[in-house]
Write a protein that binds this ligand. Structure first.
Ligand SMILES: [Zn+2]
Length: 457
């Protein structure tokens, strides 16, 4: 194809990229992804009687549109019910009102939304878009972390976590989720999988609950992606024997945080290994200081699991005065060598991306993750949180794969400005597609567009 393009015309090659690249961009652009979501939502069985005036797929697309547009509340959604753009750009045939949306979505089992994330993921794979995120020996870094997004002493539902105050007996209702995402230290984008809601479990502490959620989530991910190679990256809560055995059974590699307070035995092993001269140390200059990695392979994780051997990776960054300013330790099943030690440290340190690039983005970059759009009695709160993560996945996919989205983002300077433009342009103009919308912003074409008719309903 390359040779053909050259023989036809030098310029045609520049102006018209090979057909397959055009297709990749189309499927991984907002318009392609919205069509994909509608088709995937359409597979979810409607729990209601036949002949309901508003379809489940329209309701799911409407809720998704609210999060894609970063509306601060369902009131804002209500105000655009007659907006032609909702029909054209989000492929919604009949929009629910906000009360209908809450009523229709409350009984939806959040588990039914998992395949929708899978559809987007498969499209990314098909477009070869995930290849740059491969980290080491064909493996992707799979980051896991939990976060809370709802807390109230009054509003609650069947799936709320209940925290009882030890002294006053006051009950606090909460929602938490365990998120999982692919990431790479060289890329800003993260690709989230469907998150796992952390639900009320009898008598368990929060950490038990998060650990159980991790077990459920990792099994689902393995089932959904039997051939993908992962290196699971988690914090110190995860570096316990049952979890490590679970990861091994799922054929997942791991780099897990370890803290001296939790792993006294393990750190004693490091001291002994130092004394026996079994530790390999490498060091290099970092800015005004010095970085140093010490590692030893095949040491027992703890005294009660002498058969469970891990490789210990210890990183220290010293300031110009020689005092340590950063210290991290991980356990991994990957054999550490002088040539891969620095890379594995980078892998372990990528964990902050799930906090910074995922949760902080959802909470502070316009997604309103902690806003209560409606709680419901059954699943509404969880359904909304999953649809918000889906909107984040679609945005991250565009950021990774759509040059037009990146150009608009660059022009406006921030995501927040992009979402502001999205909402204000929606109000004032009619677009033919999301591509049209991005082009209008990029080339400042807004003055040439028709304003929406007041009778467009
Ligand atoms: Zn609840």
């Amino acid at each position: 194809m390359f040779r053909e393009a050259v023989t036809v015309s030098k310029f045609s090659m520049i102006l018209r990229p090979p057909r397959q690249i055009v297709n990749i961009r189309k499927h991984l652009s907002a318009d392609g992804l919205h069509a994909l979501l509608r088709a995937a939502f359409n597979e979810i069985p409607d729990h209601r009687r036949e002949g309901s005036p508003i379809s489940l797929v329209d309701t799911l697309m409407s809720a998704f549109a609210t999060f894609a547009l970063k509306d601060p509340s369902l009131l804002a959604f209500e105000e655009r019910r007659n907006d032609e753009n909702m029909r054209t750009l989000f492929r919604i045939q009949r929009l629910p009102c906000d009360t209908q949306m809450r009523e229709i979505l409350d009984p939806v089992d959040p588990e039914q939304l998992r395949p929708v994330f899978g559809s987007v993921f498969r499209e990314l794979q098909r477009g070869q878009a995930l290849k740059p995120l491969v980290f080491y020996k064909g493996c992707y870094l799979l980051l896991l972390d939990g976060t809370g997004y709802f807390s109230s002493q009054q509003i609650h539902c069947d799936s709320c976590l209940k925290k009882v105050h030890a002294e006053t007996g006051a009950v606090t209702y909460q929602h938490q989720m365990l998120a999982a995402a692919l990431a790479h230290p060289d890329y800003k984008e993260v690709i989230p999988f469907a998150p796992e809601p952390i639900c009320q479990q009898d008598g368990n502490t929060k950490n038990d609950c998060e650990r159980n959620a991790a077990k459920r989530l990792l099994r689902k991910i393995r089932q959904e992606h039997p051939r993908l190679k992962f290196i699971v990256v988690e914090d110190g809560l995860a570096s316990n024997a049952p979890h490590i055995r679970e990861l091994m059974a799922l054929h997942m590699h791991f780099i897990l945080g370890a803290k001296p307070g939790d792993h006294e035995f393990l750190f004693d092993q490091l001291t002994v290994a130092f004394e026996d001269d079994r530790v390999t140390t490498i060091s290099w200059k970092v800015g005004d200081g010095q970085a140093e990695i010490s590692f030893v392979n095949q040491v027992p994780l703890n005294a009660s699991n002498p058969d469970l051997l891990v490789n210990l990776l210890h990183y220290v960054e010293y300031g110009p005065d020689g005092a340590p300013r950063k210290v991290f330790t991980w356990v991994t099943d990957l054999r550490i060598t002088p040539s891969n030690a620095r890379l594995l440290v980078r892998g372990g340190r990528t964990r902050w991306k799930i906090e910074n690039e995922t949760f902080n983005t959802l909470k502070n970059q316009g997604y309103h993750f902690e806003h209560n759009f409606g709680h419901g009695k059954q699943h509404l709160s969880v359904v909304f949180s999953m649809l918000m993560m889906l909107a984040f996945l679609v945005d991250q996919t565009q950021q990774l794969c759509c040059p037009l989205f990146r150009a608009v983002w660059q022009k406006l300077g921030s995501k927040r400005a992009l979402w502001d433009h999205l909402r204000s342009h929606f109000r004032h103009f009619i677009f033919q597609s999301m591509k049209h919308f991005y082009e209008v912003i990029l080339y400042s074409l807004a003055t040439n567009l028709p304003a929406p008719s007041l009778n467009s309903s």
